[in-house]
Design a protein around this ligand. Structure first.
Ligand code: KMH
Ligand code: ZN
Length: 335
């Protein structure tokens, strides 16, 4: 195909030996960088760099956007204890500041954290009507209890029981729940989704919901590796998830990758090489290198940006991201 990924017109240079005058500058492929700022997996005892208060979340989100993230995936935490909270009032203490200080797309979690009801998980998004929310594509085990085995000193009373409770936790995302979220947020409020797929079956769940007409393309499919309860972070699985998504969604989707913990940067690099988009952030990994804590979200964004640019790719701007994902625009949110 003329004008393929190399940007070189195939004019027969190999035959004539003449470097073609028609050679045009390569149009670099745009890579969407999502940064997930704080999440609901890690606990404050693990790292002093996890953003907790609205001030910290806003500051880290703005820095991540300045470093190159065009989507900010956001959870809230109780400012006093750091425990994940679904309270819309807490979200509203940082969302307007992020909007004022960046052009990045705000993406609010609907996965929330352990122990939250579906209504609680949706409350912040219902209030804020953001351009995007996450949408977790199936019920599953979600084990974060091994973190408790590695940490012996705690900062807050809730941390150890919270982690250990995940032994007996089902992350509930039934078909009825998916339908509720798609109708209430998608059809009702013009929200578009980061479809979080932790295993092959989740891709089929999404295809099923597409077949039933609940969501329209283009789909932003976030394939997730290395969560205990989901598919492991092995390169063969990366390829299998990609090929399965290709078969199910053809060119009606954009593929993104996140991998938990030490797999984060390697998997994002492989995804970028394979034509995908990437997600980094302290929600998914608290490290910047083997055994070295990241000092903030922006450090991870800067690292993946360097890698992307070394691969002759470019990070997508917020405007390019909005166009690719058909988002409603920052003027149409309620914060
Ligand atoms: N931390 C991710 C693996 C959500 O917010 O909806 C899961 C996540 C869930 O991002
Ligand atoms: Zn999240």
């Amino acid at each position: 195909m003329a004008g393929d990924d190399t940007g070189v017109e195939h004019t027969g240079v190999g035959h004539t030996g003449v470097w073609p005058e028609t050679r045009r500058k390569a149009a670099k492929r745009k890579v969407i960088v999502t940064c997930a700022i704080t999440g609901a997996i890690h606990v404050p005892a693990q790292t002093p760099h996890l953003p907790i208060t609205p001030d910290e979340i806003a500051a880290d989100a703005v820095a991540a956007a300045e470093a190159g993230a065009s989507i900010l995936h956001l959870h809230a935490r109780d400012p006093a204890t750091g425990r994940p909270t679904p309270d819309p009032d807490v979200f509203m203490r940082f969302l307007p500041r992020i909007k004022q200080q960046t052009d990045a797309v705000v993406n609010i979690t609907t996965g929330g954290g352990q122990g939250m009801t579906l209504d609680e998980r949706l409350a912040a998004a219902v209030r804020a009507e953001p351009e995007m929310t996450s949408l977790n594509m199936g019920s599953m085990n979600f084990g974060i209890y091994p973190i408790a085995e590695r940490h012996l000193s705690w900062k807050h009373d809730w941390e150890k029981p919270y982690l250990e409770a995940s032994r007996d936790f089902i992350f509930r995302n039934t078909f009825a729940d998916l339908e509720t979220i798609m109708k209430r947020l998608g059809q009702g409020l013009g929200v578009r989704f980061e479809f979080e797929c932790y295993d092959v079956g989740h891709l089929y769940n999404l295809a099923h919901m597409v077949d039933r007409g609940f969501v329209e393309p283009p789909f932003f499919v976030q394939t997730i590796f290395g969560i205990l309860g989901g598919i492991a972070a092995e390169p063969a699985h990366l390829l299998h998830m990609r090929q399965t998504a290709d078969r199910l969604f053809g060119n009606a989707y954009h593929w993104s990758v996140l991998a938990a913990g030490r797999h984060q940067m390697g998997f994002c690099t492989q995804a970028a090489l394979m034509g995908g988009h990437v997600r980094v952030g302290l929600e998914d990994s608290i490290y910047i290198a083997a055994g070295e804590l990241a000092t903030g979200n922006a450090q991870q964004v800067a690292k993946i940006r360097r890698i992307i640019e070394e691969l002759s790719l470019e990070v997508a701007t917020p405007a390019e991201t909005r166009a690719m994902l058909a988002l409603k625009g920052a003027d149409h949110v309620a914060f």
